[in-house]
Design a protein around this ligand. Structure first.
Ligand code: ZN
Length: 165
């Protein structure tokens, strides 16, 4: 027990890991290829742990981008208006709202069904791009989330004005 701090420090040295990623057995101070507890190959277990961490980070980043992209349109739920067909129509268009105003401006003389299709495709494209950028790093996620939140808030205000017209 007296030398625990020293071995813990050795466990954090480059090329070694403190705990088996498979069974969490304490590996500090060991340099063997396999975990003595569960027999997991350390480099393979480490690679699997890295893949799991990457997958978690990507799911979290995508969820974050989608949340800031769609949350500003939550006014549809809270606005003091009757729950009539008009409001339900707007609610149904929540998924394509990020590009609804944009397609109305860019494609003014287009039939309504084509505008909706373009808004859907544009939204999917823009969100896929934002998520791909957010996956690059934590700093990219923070930057992308900030920009998306700002644009979505402005867009949500515009759509709210259109809703009340
Ligand atoms: Zn193990």
């Amino acid at each position: 027990m007296a030398d625990a701090p020293r071995t813990a420090a050795a466990g954090t040295a480059a090329g070694s890991i403190e705990r088996c990623p498979s069974c969490a057995y304490d590996l500090s101070g060991r340099s063997s290829e396999r975990c003595p507890e569960c027999g997991a190959e350390i480099s393979a277990a480490r690679a699997a742990a890295a893949r799991r961490a990457l997958r978690r980070r990507r799911i979290w980043s995508a969820a974050m981008v989608l949340f800031v992209a769609y949350a500003p349109y939550a006014w549809i739920l809270f606005v003091d208006e009757p729950w009539n067909a008009y409001r339900r129509l707007w609610l149904a268009r929540w998924p394509i709202m990020p590009m609804m105003l944009g397609t109305h401006i860019l494609l003014p003389a287009t039939p309504n069904w084509a505008k909706l299709a373009a808004a859907g495709a544009g939204t999917a494209l823009i969100l896929a791009l934002a998520i791909a950028l957010a996956w690059r790093s934590g700093r990219w996620l923070a930057g992308v989330a900030t920009v998306v939140l700002g644009l979505s808030a402005l867009n949500a205000l515009g759509l709210y004005a259109a809703f009340r017209m």
